[in-house]
Design a binder for this molecule. Sequence first.
Ligand SMILES: Nc1ncnc2c1ncn2[C@@H]1O[C@H](COP(=O)(O)OP(=O)(O)OP(=O)(O)O)[C@@H](O)[C@H]1O
Length: 238
Amino acid sequence: MFAIRLEGVCVGKRENTDDFILKDITGQFEQGSMTAILGPNGAGKSTLIKTISGFLKPIQGSITIADTLKNQLSLLPQLSEIDRSFPITVYDLVALGAWRRVGAFRGYSQQEKEKIATALEQVGLTAYANQLIGTLSGGQLQRALFARLIVRDPQVFLLDEPLTAIDEETEEQLVQIMQGWYKAGRTVMAVLHDAALVQRVFPQTLLLASEVVAWGETSTVLQEENLQKARRLVLRGF
Ligand SMILES: Nc1ncnc2c1ncn2[C@@H]1O[C@H](COP(=O)(O)OP(=O)(O)OP(=O)(O)O)[C@@H](O)[C@H]1O
């Protein structure tokens, strides 16, 4: 059963097909699947994630989200898109994950407070709870954003470069959290750059170079002929 289905999705500024960032993307992410989105710089990976999460609109084609998953998508933006000067503590950032359940003006129930504390502990940031996010390292901030997702607990995770610019220890920690979501039956998709890690951790891969180069089981998708095709498309300017 599909979680998200794309049919002929094109994203770009003009009606001129040559200028499309994403060209004719057709395929589906199954419910409970874990998919890596790989591709060269500028391939449209972030654009795809943002389009699925509704921040960008396709100018052609359609995206269908399974009825049971509507309002169940959560996006992890790229770290570089986070305003670290925003005066918010780690605790309050993580607590924002409960916002949809709690609302703006009601206090957090004991149950929500426990979820927040557990999430902070899971990512190893309990001792940092009262610090402003601006005082965190990149890897620590990424862990705080993961804790917010743990609290939010959506059915579908859209992760834009969750493992970029973090050390090995944090990487392993975040990989385990993602695998936990997958094992719990959630749908996970993540933009990544490390093919070896994708081979090890992600059962499915979408190889993108403005168009779909290959989409399916990781071992099949990452075969040399597909990688060569992706390179050819880059040389051609997509
Ligand atoms: N806001 C924007 N306005 C105009 N063009 C944009 C915008 N965002 C992205 N693009 C263009 O869309 C193309 C795809 O960008 P995108 O960030 O989706 O690629 P990516 O595969 O995630 O790349 P990277 O691996 O470098 O992060 C690029 O050519 C980029 O210049």
